[in-house]
Design a protein around this ligand. Sequence first.
Ligand code: PLP
Length: 408
Amino acid sequence: MTSTWHERLNPLVRNLPPSGIRRFFDLVAETKGVISLGVGEPDFVTPWHIREACIYSLEKGYTMYTSNSGLLELRQAIARHLAETYGLFYDPKKEILVTVGVSQGLDLAVRALVGPGDEVLVPEPSYVSYAPVVTLAGGRVVPLPTTVEEEFRLSPQQVEAAITPRTKVLILSYPNNPTGAVMDRRRLLEICEVVKAHDLLVISDEIYDKLTYEGEHTCVASLPGMKERTVLLNGFSKSYAMTGWRIGFACSNAEFIAAMTRIHQYTMLCAPITAQMAALEALRNGHAAMERMVREYNRRRLLVVQAFRDMGLACFEPKGAFYAFPEIRATGLSSEAFAEALLYEEKVAVVPGNAFGASGEGFVRCSYAASTDDLIEALRRIARMVRRRGVRPRVISAFLSPARSAAG
Ligand code: PLP
């Protein structure tokens, strides 16, 4: 008797639930005329000078493997950038690894650290990859739910209370996907005191650091005593509108970066050279274009939060990333039922909050990395659907009032 493919699967993979986001996008793909506020990616095309640098590199014949660690010039530019921005000094030869997006950096860091039974603390709601990557490494995810009342910030007491003799790593991710929450320096310092007292390590995913709209982003590794116990992950996808290029980087202790590089050299070899060339151009000359995009996201952020509040939904003010996380409980629907009703009735796609962990129930994630026209039309449709569920608008603002038909 032959086994089925399902039976043959590694049990860790067999039991891995599909991403709540993907399931939803399959539904979106089947529906015509949808405005999507679902995907977490910039609506901007990569700035032209970055694309041009890539084309030029191809013309010059840069088509081969790079060193496993990535182009030294790119690592030097990353080191310079971190020194200038955060006063953090990493040795580009030993302490920086160029990865295929933050996604690969995360996977490498977790696989190099986490073994069977090790516990990893993951604040929730959180980016959808953290828990599966830990599970695939054989580790155990310990969710730390955060609440809107606490502005979706983790507390040092929560971290302290979750620690057991098996706890090894705390994942931090601010500005946060999906809530847009940021962490103030004081609270981060308190959390880091707990981390140090219990000899834990931190994997800090700071992919949205440039997308901070109020105050300054605090890089975890720049806090006292934290550089030696932090794996800093960052990349080019969000801040330079380069999601498709797949370039990220990991910075940490030389021995640890060497361990991550060992996994990388056997499984990936290196990140694509053309994309590394483009990333180098982004770091050298991409600042002005990035700032223009950030100003535009900020304008949309204010518009979206105001619109949700005007239509009668409570909406936490996101201070970073490009997501709004309005509370939809007033409609009487669960997150999934809300997202499905919105898709079927008004052809707008958002992501149910519970796709980011149980504490996301009662919320939906709306990306505002969409054109202003699409955002305004989507908000009109959401307002109409919310009103049909009996939620009274707080303000009938000019752009929420017109009664256009669903499919527009
Ligand atoms: N980390 C967070 C918090 C994200 O939101 C995303 C993408 O949405 C990623 C990592 C993946 O980034 P990359 O494109 O660099 O792999």
